[in-house]
Design a protein around this ligand. Sequence first.
Ligand SMILES: *Cc1c(COP(=O)(O)O)cnc(C)c1O
Length: 393
Amino acid sequence: MTNWQELESKYYMPTFNRIPVTLVRGEGMKVWDDKGKEYLDFVAGIAVNALGHCHPALTEAICQQAGTLVHTSCLYYTTPQLNLAELLVKSSVLDKVFFCNSGAEANEGALKLARKYGKVKLNGANEIITTLNSFHGRTLMTLAATGQPKFQEPYKPMPGGFISVAYNDIEAIKKATSKKTCAIMLEPIQGEGGVNMSDQDYLKKVRAWCDEKGILLILDEIQTGIGRMGPLFGYEVYDVEPDIITLAKGLGSGFPIGVFMAKDEASVFEVGDHGSTFGGNPLACAAGYATLKYILDNHVLSNVKEVGYHLVYKLEQLKTQFDFVTEVRGCGLLIAMQFDKDIAADVMNACMADGLLINKLKPNAIRFIPPLIVSKADVDEAVGILYKVLSNI
Ligand SMILES: *Cc1c(COP(=O)(O)O)cnc(C)c1O
């Protein structure tokens, strides 16, 4: 049998601290490794596989499109791209889209759009305020936007034009705002930074401040968008309308696709301002369309709410049973469990041995980001395994 871990260390750049499991197949909520062991998947490729693994609606759309037209470049009109653009716009408060291939790329485009907006509408303002512990991607520009020095350290000097302030601190945003500010960029919930919740009125206050100053509100909904929090978009939870949003993770349910969307007033790109060879190709857009259409037509959003509540309820029960569980937080199916000690790796490994994949969010916290089609029975099975694991900690 091929030793895949040996192959990886020989051929792959060692940037990932990989879990020693080789996954070879998936179906619905389940994945299997190369030894035939079955796992219940509460990671979903980091909040990506919205419809679970190999959902027939997605597989059929991809296969159908793969046999019809895969790529043409954006030199020409293609139908899947425009179908998805229309569906996204009609399902949101935004007016225009630009497709790309990943989250970082979506943010990169959104940041360029904000810079252009500053140039043409705000006397050349080019600074963007972001928050500490945010995560916006791994390109140099999105890393500079990411308020986590540990990711930036190897690549200094960083591109300029960013100020990172404390999350949930509207006064810090006000203090950092100047004539040079063109936009504020935030996640509705900081996903990678720790499932850090925004206070109920924070986004509303930021929106009001942006209106007062005439600057743009960019919401990075790469993790929170496409139903992860319950509504299709996180901004709906807080009842604010952003000027620009970015999406990626769940949009293709595993097929790589990203997008940034803007209100008409913020859509300042002109011919030649931005581009992408692969972005918006028919195959990716067919996957995105199939995912979004399925979510909208099959009560997936109400499932997220219902099963999300059930998950929190069951995890809160564990919290009363184990005193080292200090908090359960999150919204929809973006949920974290906080411990008072660094046991997340042990918990993750023990769960995996018992057939459950969960995500180590921090040394002392785990994250639950299952497919949006997860059922209450799946939650009960997962929490049963977790109960046994926590009992043995
Ligand atoms: C995952 C993520 C990104 C980066 O997406 P990639 O596809 O890995 O480039 C950016 N912002 C947020 C909020 C994310 O969760």
